[in-house]
Design a protein around this ligand. Structure first.
Ligand SMILES: [Zn+2]
Length: 197
């Protein structure tokens, strides 16, 4: 049911108490059963995972509802994970990153997630902060790839077969026809073969 994970930051401090206060304030403003302005999970700076909303409900977390069948990330096709802290100002603590990775890995396997986005990929916002946003390609690599797949991708990049490794962090997704043609072109160019025509 979920295709994507969208990563947020809270732009607050990263404590467990702050996480609970975010929930309390949301319930005060939107009502106890509201799924507006919430996340499925929050992660604290000391590596604790707070499950806020059940995984099977659509939660308003990214400012764009979309549809469950949308190919672009939106509320209806994505799980929202908020890393507590302000990652526009400082880097993500290691324990928080590690806890986030464990959670994301589990969700990716459970739902066959295709891609991980930062909130700023969806709408115009600073969220999830430049430091956390910069980590997303590494998170994807870590989550989607076994070592042998990482080695294959590195080899293909080094050989010029694949030119945009950031587009291929999940090697379990089939290539499109255009991508296969681009790869073929890269190989022929590297071999300096002109097949004529
Ligand atoms: Zn956000």
């Amino acid at each position: 049911m979920w295709k994507y994970i969208i990563i947020h930051h809270s732009a607050t401090d990263g404590s467990y108490e702050t996480g609970l206060n975010i929930i309390k304030n949301q319930e005060k403003n939107y009502g106890k059963n509201s799924n507006s302005n919430a996340y499925h999970y929050m992660i604290t700076n000391d590596g604790r995972i707070i499950q806020w909303k059940p995984e099977n409900v659509v939660v308003g977390h990214c400012g764009y509802d979309g549809y469950s069948y949308s190919s672009e990330p939106c509320n209806f096709n994505s799980l929202g994970i908020c890393f507590l802290g302000n990652f526009e100002k400082y880097d993500v603590p290691q324990r928080e990153t590690e806890a986030g990775l464990i959670l994301i890995k589990a969700l990716v396997r459970k739902y066959n997630i295709k891609h991980i986005y930062g909130h700023r990929d969806v709408i115009s916002t600073d969220c999830p902060g430049k430091f956390l946003y910069a980590k997303i390609p590494d998170i994807e690599k870590e989550v989607f790839m076994n070592d042998w797949k990482k080695e294959l991708l590195d080899w293909a990049v080094q050989k010029g077969i694949i030119k945009n490794p950031e587009l291929h962090q999940n090697l379990d997704i089939p290539f499109t026809k255009a991508e296969i043609l681009a790869i073929l072109k890269n190989i022929l160019e590297r071999l300096k073969i002109d097949i004529g025509g």
